[in-house]
Design a protein around this ligand. Structure first.
Ligand code: GLN
Length: 192
């Protein structure tokens, strides 16, 4: 049975843990670099990317997770987690950094502010239709050639990728942990 970590520094930690507990996996809340040795894959939750980025540094996790990512460790980032994994972050804070493991450009709050949050079904490749909850979601504005697009959404100003994967890294601009849906988490845990 795989052990799945949820980065537990800030954001939707409890919701991801609750969803994973409905699957056939063990769950570990990750707060220290050492805990990365005890898991088979990690979910970086939604929340506030600048706050999570800050806590990744103060916790000492940043360099260890970067090295693990470079070695092929499997990570799923949702919403703020996607921002933290992307190569290019548009409308970020001046000091905003990211792990640069997904060849995509994301615009923070690209679908609008909190008040513009919305729900829309998303057709996820290999899974089917899943509910998409978009809250101050990052918009994926550019996708590199080597990145697989697993879902797109036509909302407002055209069609954009909302779920992408490159090798060991998955990124999703919506919040699969905020509904009763488990198939998105299953997609990730099946790959561990
Ligand atoms: N806009 C947020 C950020 O920049 C992400 C929003 C979310 O995770 N719901 O971190």
């Amino acid at each position: 049975m795989p052990i799945v970590g949820v980065l537990a520094l800030q954001g939707d930690v409890r919701e991801h843990v609750a969803t994973l507990e409905r699957l056939d996996v063990k769950v570990l809340k990750v707060r220290t670099p050492e805990q990365l040795d005890d898991i088979d894959g990690l979910i970086v939750p939604g929340g506030e990317s600048t706050a999570i980025a800050h806590l990744l540094i103060t916790s000492g996790i940043r360099p260890v997770l970067q090295a693990r990512l470079d070695e092929g460790f499997k990570v799923l980032g949702t919403c703020a987690g996607l921002i933290l994994l992307s190569d290019v972050v548009l409308d970020g804070r001046d000091d905003q950094w990211s792990f640069k493991k997904l060849d995509v450009s994301v615009r923070r709050n690209g679908y609008g502010r909190q008040i513009a949050s919305f729900e829309s079904p998303v057709d996820l490749k290999g899974v089917g239709e899943v509910p998409g909850v978009f809250i101050r979601a990052p918009k994926i504005e550019h996708v590199g050639d080597n990145v697989e697009v697993l879902a797109t959404l036509d909302h407002g100003d055209g069609t954009h990728a909302v779920f992408v994967r490159h090798e060991n890294v998955w990124g999703c601009s919506f919040h699969p942990e905020l509904t009763s849906e488990t198939r998105v988490h299953q997609l990730f845990t099946d790959a561990l």
